[in-house]
Design a protein around this ligand. Sequence first.
Ligand SMILES: Nc1nc2c(ncn2[C@@H]2O[C@H](COP(=O)(O)OP(=O)(O)OP(=O)(O)O)[C@@H](O)[C@H]2O)c(=O)[nH]1
Ligand SMILES: [Mg+2]
Length: 389
Amino acid sequence: MKFVDEAEIRVEAGDGGNGCVSFRREKYIPRGGPDGGDGGDGGDVWLRADENLNTLIDYRFERFHRAERGQNGMSKNCTGKRGQDLEVAVPIGTRAKDVDTGEVIGDMTRHGERLLVAKGGFHGLGNTRFKSSTNRAPRQKTNGTPGEIRPLLLELMLLADVGLLGLPNAGKSTFIRSVSAAKPKVADYPFTTLVPNLGVVRPAAHHSFVIADIPGLIEGAAEGAGLGIQFLKHLERCGLLLHLVDLAPFDQTDPAEQAQVIVHELEKYSPKLAEKPRWLVLNKTDLLSPEEIAEQREKIVKALDWTGPVYEISALQGNARDQLVYEIMQYLESLPKETEAVAEEPEMVEFKWDDYHDRELENAQENDADDDEEDDDDDHDVEVIYTKE
Ligand SMILES: Nc1nc2c(ncn2[C@@H]2O[C@H](COP(=O)(O)OP(=O)(O)OP(=O)(O)O)[C@@H](O)[C@H]2O)c(=O)[nH]1
Ligand SMILES: [Mg+2]
């Protein structure tokens, strides 16, 4: 299945149904009062997180998502039916942004979580509502308000505990293959990996974490070189980054310089990401002698001014790999459990129509006071004569 991690869609909530103007007309009941019902509210559009999805590809082809309109009010005080809500299923890890304002509407992090993204229009009022002591045959009604329309950017961010960073060919995919059941392609040319891969690592019974392998970065990635930095966003939710450095690059480049490139690109992309806990993992130790490894290690640590943890492994042969995996597990388990700060209640979209009905009714009453005669004319059979002054 093709992996697509961005899609722009347009969500349209249903309009509110209009109120109805109607009067009771029955035999032997002359001049029955108003009986026009209210309209129904328009349906809302929600996003719903679904663990069975893992790509946004469907939304590349299906861009318009519309909830049902509220039904209009009817005579005999019948209220129109509420429009049906629309649920748009998205993979877990999807973030919804308003394209116009850039505002993040919410993140979908748990299966079944729902997020309101477009609020349906409010119903209009039927003429019954406008009945008052001074106006017993109101002809006013209000129309339903339009449902919200929003262009949305859906961004899928993988939910991984550990993210792998490194130049192409550093051995990221080899590493994830050897520690998890994921089987991304491995080859001795750059940009073998074109889309992120996730693997579940189980260092011990009942202990596991998720690791994400993303395409390699190169110098100038922040400006779009190579595959660019579009995949770095998948690392934003990781608790730990592993920076893999190839100790024996086939093109004889200097590992220390190459390591600096990654750190620069990371800082350019996001200072926040650059500050995330990061471990340095020197890979391909099987190709060097212990002295060469020590020498390289010293150069890299100096070049990066590195004070954090350093590991030396061979992703291919497994040297020291299990120790690293075990320490990752211990580290992740020592992190404070993410408090479920994510709002239990779905985040509400600002609703512009809250006082809409009150306003309309108030206006109507004011108008009643002004043009009593006009409204009452067919009720009382009073002929109104307009005189010119
Ligand atoms: N000798 C040796 N070779 C390794 C080791 N790890 C990876 N390689 C080789 O290095 C090459 C690149 O490995 P990949 O895992 O595809 O590298 P990558 O970082 O995923 O590269 P991209 O997907 O292109 O970004 C392959 O030929 C691997 O066999 C290692 O520990 N020792
Ligand atoms: Mg790869």
